[in-house]
Write a protein that binds this ligand. Structure first.
Ligand SMILES: NC(=O)c1ccc[n+]([C@@H]2O[C@H](COP(=O)([O-])OP(=O)(O)OC[C@H]3O[C@@H](n4cnc5c(N)ncnc54)[C@H](OP(=O)(O)O)[C@@H]3O)[C@@H](O)[C@H]2O)c1
Length: 321
């Protein structure tokens, strides 16, 4: 495994982060334990979750992923694992059951700590913005958590460049802990949202970037092709995959990924991840896996280095995504 620092902080994280959105959904507890064990043994020390995972599944309350991680954490030395979780989504009924108010954050963090069975969260992230709460209120609440030692570092997710800059300015103005990390949607199949403006802001402000859906929910593995009917996937009906499956340009990118994968004798997913890891802005893509075999296939991606001309080819075919 390779490591880097999380933005301007001194925290060392592996160059792949393991997403755990599937835990308690398409991945059961036993498989989740095996996946985390395998990832940890391979040197991956960075795990991403959220309080709402997987509240969208019928019968779930949310917190299922954090609960599984909490049980697994007891089998490890706490200090060797970097846990990132998120707050913002609806977790209980009533007007304050969601959002980034001081009230919601103070209750939500205690719930996350209890489920994770730990007394601190390494990276606490706002899941998306809350137009009803000022940055001042949110950041003062988060700063309090840092001062109290309940949270070590702050991050945000799904913020456009102007919101990130406004939040950084707010922290600076009031002497508060700031967002040192952002989690945007980015992959070779979804470039503009991050690359158009946010990426420059992150580089300029030395904010770490941990992109989610780096394999476009599995599309970049090559499992969905023009002629395939049955795909072993739980993500086929996701908006992202449905859009790509119907987009001729996506198959042109897949063809390029496949050619390079053949040249390097590696899975297509390695090429997609190596392309992303080569961007100076990228700290650690958050890979998602449903099975142990999928994790096995992805782990070697950090060892692939693409040439400038190969990256240029991939940039050219994926322009516009
Ligand atoms: N902040 C946010 O708003 C946000 C949003 C989404 C995700 N996230 C975070 O990012 C993480 C990753 O997101 P993601 O799941 O969308 O990432 P992804 O890496 O783009 O897609 C992962 C999916 O691809 C398929 N896959 C993975 N490896 C494979 C392989 N070797 N062969 C074949 N198929 C493979 C699996 O789905 P199937 O097998 O079912 O096809 C897997 O669940 C999440 O766990 C979560 O932590 C954050």
């Amino acid at each position: 495994m390779k490591y880097t620092t999380l933005g301007r902080t001194g925290l060392k994280v592996s160059r792949l982060c393991l997403g755990t959105m599937t835990f308690g959904w398409s991945t059961d507890r036993e498989t989740a334990f095996a996946i985390m064990d395998k990832a940890f043994d391979a040197g991956l020390n960075f795990f991403d979750t959220a309080d709402i995972y997987s509240r969208w599944i019928e019968g779930n309350q949310g917190g299922e992923s954090e609960t599984i991680i909490g049980e697994w954490l007891k089998t490890k030395s706490r200090r060797e694992v970097i846990i990132a979780t998120k707050v913002r989504g609806r977790m209980w009924a009533g007007e304050n059951g969601e959002g980034l108010s001081r009230h919601h954050i103070m209750h939500a963090v205690e719930d996350s700590l209890r489920r994770l069975q730990t007394d601190y969260i390494d990276l606490y992230q706002t899941h998306w913005t809350d137009d009803n709460t000022t940055h001042e209120e949110t950041l003062e609440a988060l700063d309090r958590l840092v001062r109290d030692g309940k949270v070590l570092y702050l991050g945000c997710s799904n913020y456009p460049a102007w919101q990130l800059m406004k939040a950084l300015w707010t922290s600076d103005k009031h002497g508060l802990a700031r967002f040192d990390c952002i989690q945007p949607h980015h992959s070779i199949f979804h470039r503009q949202e991050f690359e158009s403006e946010l990426e420059a802001a992150c580089l300029d402000q030395n904010v770490a970037v941990i992109p989610y859906s780096p394999l476009a929910a599995g599309f970049a593995t090559g499992k969905h092709r023009r002629d395939t009917r049955e795909v072993d996937s739980t993500r086929t009906s996701s908006g992202l995959v449905t859009r790509l499956v119907a987009d001729d340009r996506a198959y042109v990118v897949l063809d390029s990924l496949e050619k390079l994968a053949q040249a390097h004798r590696c899975p297509m997913a390695h090429v997609a991840l190596a392309w992303q890891l080569a961007r100076p802005s990228i700290t650690a893509p958050i890979i998602g896996v449903r099975t142990l075999a999928q994790l096995d296939e992805l782990l070697g991606a950090v060892d692939l280095t693409l040439s400038e001309s190969e990256i240029g080819q991939l940039n050219a075919v994926s322009e516009g995504f």
